[in-house]
Design a protein around this ligand. Structure first.
Ligand code: HT7
Ligand code: ZN
Length: 891
């Protein structure tokens, strides 16, 4: 395996101007004729043309119509004697491949008797020999030929310019993409598909056809995806002035897909999970995910497709920016500030439970990495979610308007080009001269080059006589692989003050007279240590720091419980209000863990916390969705991240004990909450009614938990009835989850009935599998159940969604079940990683990441985890994907 270095980037020796591809599609032997025109790059010394290909059978190579001499160098087809000079060179390459054997789902593959492609990051080389790199942008013409009865729909990028019948029951379609693109955005689809169609007229008056293609029978589940697409088109035009640049925009759903979706130009290919929804089969969370993934892929049309990445080290240029854009889109669709805050809290939760651990583990890498072995391993939460936070900080440091102007300049400068993260940051700064971003740009860009989560420590000093309050800050960042020392970051810290006694928001004023009367102040940290003094502070304050999570850092402030209770009850910033509740719960959990608490004995949560939760739950004006977030305890993974040495079983039993405590201490309140939130009229997946269903579902879970613990049959019976009567999947699944999560005997018949109801709905069966694999472990029952699920007739390890629903839900989503003292969880993990690696290395490598944090584990877990990793690493024929992950974990 070779390591690719960012520093080694050189421009390509040739440009490819046009690509004319003809496919004769056949599941076992597809023929691909690739006719290209190339020219030498005059900026690069004359050298051989090296085209890369994988899993291809090469039949013929012609140069300018003549047979040519070439040699093979590993995966490269090398042409040494191409004509010199600036004349275009016509190259013809004829290959065949076997899509039905392509279980890696990269390149051209078959799913449910249809053909699909996945070319990002390096799948195009599994279709034809090519310069498979994103800075080579070409114009594509594509002709597809296939059996008409089996593959009536033939799709590729751009516009359909010709179609018709051929001999022997075959037919063809010819597509021309009017936009130049890198090969990773190429796509084709062929199969029996039907489409929901919608014609739209843009603000600018242009007409477009939107299509969502699915298998026959799924059309009734496409309305929400289409609505989300229409909303996305309208939003990008309204917010960033970016119109749809195609006559036709297609989405196609497939049930075999390695990731969520793919932004191929004009022909997005989606995992069915992010397209199909109706109220009977999809939950509120599914609806919200569809909206944001449809938005995300659509927004790539400009941020990724019109302007793409110079090389894969710049991946966050398109991914971080596009996640930021989809997060803004979902927030802008919210009806009010409360719903926007809920969305922000959800996004931050993902960042802190997935990205912060990544940044502290063996796979830590900068937002713009310096090296990789397998690029597929770098589609990470750091590139995506931390990358989005970096873009958000740019907006914070320039203002919303200023950021929009920066985007405008970015497109003026770089439309149609393949560029770098530096180019983007420079554009935003140049459009905002005088902003804090422009002032500190070189230092700000450390967010791109330095890995690791910065820690900001804050300390307050109140001088009652002088009525001043000083906050002292210091920042640090722990070493990460290959980066021992970190220089200070630019950290925007949004601050407010509340009266410790009154709970009132205190008006802010600085010595120099600035920000007088404001509620919040944005302090820009640039030094290792820095202070700020507020004047005219009439009472002892409680600081509300990092409002709205203004930077992706860990904030260390030694809050007392009383101060946190003040923030929880009064902070006008909803993020910090939620955060105060999380800190209170976390402090209790950490104390209980340290005190060797067990689930039956020690009360982890104190009375004040319980009383505060009651206040929140019964609060007359707070939204249900916000209440649900406040009442959700920090996850086991998040708690583990706060500890130096992790005993997963202790964390599990303490958290379960806290859940039972919340269930029993607030029983009457849960009954009230359920009664007042369970009925929501006709189903609509909007934030308000979703929030009500989420709170009703939480109430049901707690009521079932308390009743199961005390042996009271009433609530479990009611839950089962709710399960049977539910009018939508959210309510039905919440009820099922309540039974399964409490370990009640009624869970088994409910699971059986759920399976019978939805045996033909693959995405619902995924939920059924995931629920059982992810459920709370009570004495080690989960692993045997998971092993049984692997033998279930509906289990298929080759389908990534199904593999994730069982194997990932257990290994990555169920710490209490996975980290067993007898090491059986780790043995299971190593078996599955090796099994999956032979089928689909990308999926296997993601599973391998479940062991990232093994070095933090207490004994006996640590040694057993290491043994399992060593076992996998010892396998001779591992893919580069898995090898990179396990080698880094063991380093
Ligand atoms: N840009 C897309 C990335 C993607 C992908 C990467 C590697 C292997 C398979 C893949 N499928 C999709 C998805 C996105 O970020 O929009
Ligand atoms: Zn993306």
């Amino acid at each position: 395996a070779t390591t690719v270095l960012r520093a080694d980037y050189t421009a390509p020796a040739f440009w490819i101007d046009t690509v004319d591809l003809s496919f004769d599609l056949d599941p076992v032997k597809s023929r691909v004729l690739n006719k290209m025109t190339l020219c030498r790059n005059p900026d690069v010394p004359v050298q051989a043309l090296r085209l890369v290909g994988e899993e291809l059978n090469l039949a013929r190579v012609l140069v300018n119509g003549q047979g040519a001499t070439f040699k093979m160098d590993g995966n490269h087809l090398v042409l040494e004697n191409l004509p010199e000079g600036s004349d275009p060179i016509a190259l013809e390459i004829f290959t065949t491949c076997n899509p039905s054997k392509n279980t890696a789902l990269s390149g051209l593959y078959v799913s449910n008797d249809s053909f699909f492609t996945q070319c990002e990051a390096e799948g195009f080389r599994r279709i034809t020999y090519f310069l498979d790199r994103p800075d080579v942008m070409a114009s594509y013409t594509v002709t597809l030929r296939a059996d008409k009865a089996k593959y009536p729909v033939l799709l590729s990028n751009g516009n359909l310019v010709d179609s018709g019948d051929l001999e022997d029951g075959r037919h063809f379609a010819k597509w021309v993409d009017p936009h130049k693109k890198p090969c990773y955005l190429f796509a084709l689809v062929a199969g029996q598909l039907v489409a929901r169609e919608q014609r739209i007229t843009s603000r600018a008056g242009t007409d477009h056809l939107l299509q969502v293609y699915v298998r026959p029978g799924d059309l009734d589940k496409t309305e929400h995806a289409m609505n989300s697409l229409m909303a996305s088109v309208a939003w990008d035009e309204a917010r960033f002035n970016l119109p749809l640049d195609l006559e036709r925009f297609m989405i196609v759903a497939t049930s075999d897909f390695n990731m969520g979706a793919m932004e191929n130009k004009g022909l997005n290919i989606f995992n069915t999970k992010y397209v199909l929804a109706n109220q009977a089969t999809a939950t509120d969370v599914d609806y919200a995910n569809i909206e944001s993934v449809v938005g995300h892929e659509y927004f790539h049309n400009w941020t990724g497709n019109r302007i793409t990445c110079r090389d894969w080290f710049q991946l966050s240029l398109k991914e971080g920016l596009t996640v930021f854009r989809d997060q803004e889109f979902s927030q802008d669709l919210c009806a009010d500030a409360s719903a926007r805050a809920v969305k922000r809290i959800e996004d931050v939760r993902v960042l802190r439970t997935a990205q912060f651990p990544e940044d502290a583990g063996p796979m830590a890498h900068p937002v713009r990495p310096d090296s990789y072995i397998e690029i597929n391993n770098f589609y990470t939460v750091t590139i995506y979610e931390k990358g989005a936070e970096v873009v958000r900080m740019m907006q914070t440091l320039t203002s919303r308007k200023g950021f929009e102007q920066g985007m405008k300049l970015y497109f003026e400068r770089f439309d149609g080009q393949a560029v770098t993260c530096d180019d983007f940051a420079q554009s935003i700064a140049d459009a905002n001269l005088g902003s804090a971003l422009a002032q500190h740009l070189p230092q700000f860009k450390r967010w791109y080059s330095q890995a690791g989560t910065p820690r900001v420590a804050a300390r307050g000093e109140f001088d009652a006589a002088a009525q001043t309050y000083t906050l002292h800050f210091s920042q640090s960042c722990a070493p990460t692989p290959g980066q021992a020392e970190k220089a200070p970051f630019v950290i925007p810290v949004s601050i407010g003050l509340l009266g410790a006694a009154s709970g009132n928001a205190l008006p802010l004023a600085l010595q120099d007279g600035s920000v007088a009367g404001a509620d919040s102040h944005l302090l820009v940290l640039t030094q290792a240590t820095q202070s700020i003094t507020f004047v005219n502070v009439a009472e002892a304050p409680v600081p509300s720091i990092l409002r709205g999570f203004s930077a992706p850092v860990v904030l260390d402030y030694d809050y007392s419980d009383a101060e946190l209770l003040t923030l929880l009850a009064n902070d006008p910033d909803p993020f910090n209000r939620w955060e105060a509740g999380q800190r209170l719960a976390l402090q209790s959990a950490i104390h209980s863990i340290a005190a060797h608490a067990d689930s039956t004995g020690v009360n982890g949560l104190n009375d004040a916390y319980i009383a505060a939760m009651r206040e929140v739950l019964r609060h007359p004006t707070l939204d249900a969705a916000f209440k649900e977030l406040v009442l959700t305890l920090p996850s086991e993974t998040y708690i583990a991240e706060q500890l130096d040495v992790v005993d997963p079983q202790r964390i599990h039993s303490v958290r379960e004990g806290m859940r039972l405590q919340l269930a029993t201490a607030l029983q009457a309140d849960w009954e009230w909450a359920y009664a007042t939130h369970k009925d929501n009229g006709a189903y609509r997946p909007d934030p308000l009614s979703s929030g009500r269903r989420a709170l009703a579902g939480m109430a049901l879970s707690y009521l079932c938990l308390a009743a199961t613990a005390s042996g009271d049959p009433v609530w479990p019976g009611k839950v089962l009835q709710r399960f049977k009567d539910a009018g939508n999947m959210t309510d039905r699944f919440n009820a099922l989850q309540a039974l399964v999560g409490s370990g009640h005997a009624l869970a088994a018949p409910a699971l059986a009935s759920f399976h019978a109801m939805f045996k033909d709905e693959a995405l619902v069966l995924d939920k059924w599998f995931a629920l059982q694999a992810g459920t709370s472990d009570r004495g080690g029952q989960v692993l045997p159940a998971v092993r049984q699920l692997l033998s279930h007739p509906d289990f298929n390890i080759r389908n990534p969604n199904r593999a994730r629903s069982v194997i990932f839900s257990y290994c990555s989503g169920n710490p209490g079940g996975f980290h067993r003292a007898d090491a059986a969880g780790y043995v299971f993990w190593s078996e599955r990683v090796m099994e999956l690696d032979a089928i689909n290395p990308q999926v296997a490598a993601r599973l391998a990441r479940a062991m990232d944090r093994w070095k933090k584990l207490a004994e006996p877990y640590r040694s057993a985890a290491r043994e399992a990793l060593v076992r996998v690493a010892a396998k001779a024929d591992l893919s580069n994907d898995v090898r990179e992950v396990v080698d880094r974990a063991l380093a």
